[in-house]
Design a protein around this ligand. Sequence first.
Ligand SMILES: *Cc1c(COP(=O)(O)O)cnc(C)c1O
Length: 392
Amino acid sequence: MKFSEYPKAGKYGTFGGSYVPEILYPALKELEEAYEKYSQDRDFKQELKAYNRDYGGRPSPLYHAKRLTDTAGGGKIYLKREDLIHGGAHKFNNVMGQALLAKIMGKERLICETGAGQHGVATALAGAVLGLETEVYMGKVDVERQKPNVFRMELLGAEVNVVETGSRTLKDAINEALRDWSANVANTHYLIGSVVGPHPYPMIVRDFQKVIGNEIKSQLEEKERSLPDHLVACVGGGSNAMGTFYPFVDCEEVTLTGVEAGGTDKGNAASLTEGTEGVLHGAKSLLLQDEDGQIKETDSIAAGLDYPGVGPEHALYQETGRVQYVKVSDQEALEGFRVLSETEGIIPALEPAHAISAGLEIASKMKPRKLLVITLSGRGDKDLGTVREAMK
Ligand SMILES: *Cc1c(COP(=O)(O)O)cnc(C)c1O
């Protein structure tokens, strides 16, 4: 079976599935059927394309980073500029797709969870532009550490529900969002932010994000008359990496590298390189858990990578070796952040700074005619405070 043919019956090999309470199962079926219908629909595709182009700024440029290439001293480096998309990251591609799908399905309300607030802000902007009521669940601890994003969501007209249960962070916010969804499925769409969760979410999010890889393919064909030799992207839940890789998974000559958060000596968020098989948030995948199956505390300087699980399709790619996954530490990511800022005048988000660090290393070992594309998943404005602290 070709890699691009997954999922089969909601599964990626042994990974994936829909491990949810029975009450949510009909909602997942409804979503799957609606997605199957509208994703083939000409009007839906046209409308999404128009939002992506005129509101989101797609296609994003594929930029030949000359000074970064010289710094690495090897393969020719291109950057896929998702940092230039509306909202400042690739998250736009998925929220716009799902919100438009929800609207066509007749839903009036979007809900989502958010940890650092980036997905909440993205969902709020899609809700605003489509006139859908938006409620965001966010743990109290996160609300306190991410005040600017809470304010952004409120400015965009979303309601932020502060979650006070459990550890009052992302996983508790997910539980509350699921509770809301099971009570309100008739008029509500639960907008998941990465290639995680029960089927059909990993497939839907991948399909809305594969615009990244499709554009890389046609832009590189135009510039170099060639496929890339190597693609690199950072992996939190895994959506920007999946969007980058998916159009190339059946091209064996293209090497794929996913970069996880190696954190510090005290902890990391490297679920693919260090995790074990388990079920989290409705899907079987690789997770950071202890022997009792309790989820471990994760640690990364990049809020968007700080998640104990990862999408099930990445677990399949890890198991089969189709993608190589590597870890990059907080320190190395900060170095990548500095190098890109100084050589190219682009301040990256800390998440893709991990991909820059790994990409420099990979490029240095490639022949000069070889082509490397690094997905720059977002811009760094949100991280300036964190970086300033870390530099002290
Ligand atoms: C949220 C985020 C990520 C991590 O999410 P994925 O689903 O792994 O792509 C990476 N980069 C940026 C800029 C983000 O905002």
